[in-house]
Write a protein that binds this ligand. Structure first.
Ligand code: URA
Length: 184
């Protein structure tokens, strides 16, 4: 990373990126969005169909649930930075491949270095295992993890809560822990 890196530079590099084969099947890359001084950064798994069509992160059903969880703790979408491990949609929303995660990871590292969020919220198993390492979600959720001077918070992916309603309650309780930690 050079000293004069910027979020807009990262966005344009992601939009042109051909480092993995997903560039051939995506409609739009989805770099992420939010304020460059956000206290909170959310990291999901990979763009879905709506994100691929619009180029914006978490604007489909999972995104609507994420926004309602945020609003429950007094935050709006505009207050936080939102991105995912992969910036391009895998065909038919299949799971990200290790090679795709490795190719995309430097973009996330640069986003983190620029934004310097107080807390990075890892949404679901792919975000957790890519950044921290394998950890059973049923044990990890609702917990903080500190590594290399960065604080992380782990919870489920909103897609899990859309599929199984009990995870919505668990995520609401996790977000309440986040609210307390942020003092908001
Ligand atoms: N799920 C994700 O992990 N990321 C998005 O941007 C949308 C859905």
């Amino acid at each position: 990373m050079s000293d004069n890196d910027s979020l807009s530079k990262i966005v344009s590099e992601i939009q042109k990126c051909t480092k993995c084969p997903l560039h051939k099947t995506r409609k739009n890359a989805v770099p992420g969005e939010g304020p460059d001084n956000a206290r909170l950064m959310f990291v999901g798994e990979a763009p879905g169909a709506t994100e691929d069509r619009t180029g914006l992160p978490f604007v489909g059903r999972s995104g609507k649930l994420l926004v309602s969880l945020l609003e429950n703790i007094g935050l709006s979408r505009e207050d936080v930075y939102i991105t995912s491990i992969l910036k391009s949609r895998p065909p038919k929303n299949r799971s990200p491949k290790k090679s795709e995660i490795e190719a995309c990871f430097p973009f996330l590292e640069r986003q983190i270095n620029l934004i310097k969020p107080e807390i990075i919220v890892l949404l679901g198993g792919v975000a957790i295992s890519s950044i921290i390492g394998p950890w059973k979600l049923s044990e990890a959720h609702g917990k903080f993890y500190e590594g290399k001077g960065q604080k992380y918070f782990m919870t489920y992916h909103p897609a899990a809560a859309l599929r199984f309603p009990k995870f919505r309650d668990i995520m609401m309780a996790d977000f309440a822990i986040l609210k307390t930690e942020l003092n908001i």
